[in-house]
Design a protein around this ligand. Structure first.
Ligand SMILES: Nc1ncnc2c1ncn2[C@@H]1O[C@H](COP(=O)(O)OP(=O)(O)OP(=O)(O)O)[C@@H](O)[C@H]1O
Ligand SMILES: Cc1cn([C@H]2C[C@H](O)[C@@H](COP(=O)(O)O)O2)c(=O)[nH]c1=O
Length: 210
């Protein structure tokens, strides 16, 4: 496989979507069709993964069992890897994904308290040790991310946005542990700066990678 795979991670409201929108504009000029932007749960041109997204994020299922949730994210990811990411990399594309397996380890492993290692093991069945080349983490404290969502994005609130601050603090701590364990893969960007500065820092970091 010859392309490059970069994932974007961060707590809810960190700014991934906003930053990616700007980065895509800059990259499209040089990459054109060789750029694939995708997301989890779900995935570009991936109806099965997107159907799982609809179920797992729907506020209609507030009482979903934690392990069911973890399995759904892993199933969606498997489909995403097999049908979207790997075929694109085989065509030498640059693949940018808004979230990947680190989200499961942070949200289900730490946030839901299923356990870091348990969720990693579960996901190894899905990913078969297929990791991103680099992971950009937008570092925003959960209080700030949730405040942004509540103030600015009332229309798109999903099931996990509605979880408690304590849940999101555990997620954040999970991410910090992942960064500590994988210092070579993670690039940490201060996401609490004004958006243009976050975009610029991300852009400079990405230019070194691509
Ligand atoms: N640096 C920033 N400063 C202030 N507000 C921001 C910043 N970045 C993004 N926002 C705002 O915060 C909200 C959440 O941003 P965005 O949807 O990009 O985050 P996200 O990481 O994709 O969130 P989620 O994972 O929950 O989808 C939006 O209303 C966006 O305009
Ligand atoms: C991949 C993945 C995601 N999540 C959570 C994180 C967010 O709360 C939502 C996705 O919403 P977004 O607006 O598209 O970022 O799902 C998770 O808990 N586990 C995962 O593996």
């Amino acid at each position: 496989m010859t392309g490059k795979f970069i994932s974007f991670e961060g707590p809810d409201g960190a700014g991934k979507t906003s930053v990616l929108r700007e980065i895509i504009q800059r990259l499209t000029v040089a990459y054109g069709d060789q750029l694939l932007v995708t997301r989890e749960p779900g995935g570009a041109h991936n109806p099965v993964a997107e159907a799982i997204r609809d179920v797992v994020l729907s506020p209609d299922y507030p009482a979903m069992d934690n392990k069911t949730e973890a399995l759904l994210y892993a199933a969606s990811r498997r489909e995403h890897i097999q049908q979207t990411i790997k075929p694109a990399l085989a065509q030498d594309k640059l693949v940018l994904s808004d979230r990947y397996v680190d989200s499961s380890i942070a949200y289900q492993g730490a946030g839901r308290e299923i356990g870091f290692e348990v969720v990693l093991t579960l996901n190894q069945f899905a990913i078969e040790d297929f990791w991103p080349d680099r992971t950009i983490f937008l570092d925003v404290r959960p209080e700030i991310g949730l405040q942004r969502i509540q103030e600015q994005r009332q229309d798109e609130i999903n099931r996990l946005d509605l979880d408690s601050l304590e849940f999101h603090q555990r997620v954040y701590a999970g991410y910090q542990k992942l960064i500590q364990i994988n210092p070579a893969r993670f690039i940490v960007i201060n996401g609490e700066q004004p958006l243009p500065q976050v975009v610029e820092d991300t852009w400079q970091a990405m230019k070194k990678e691509i």
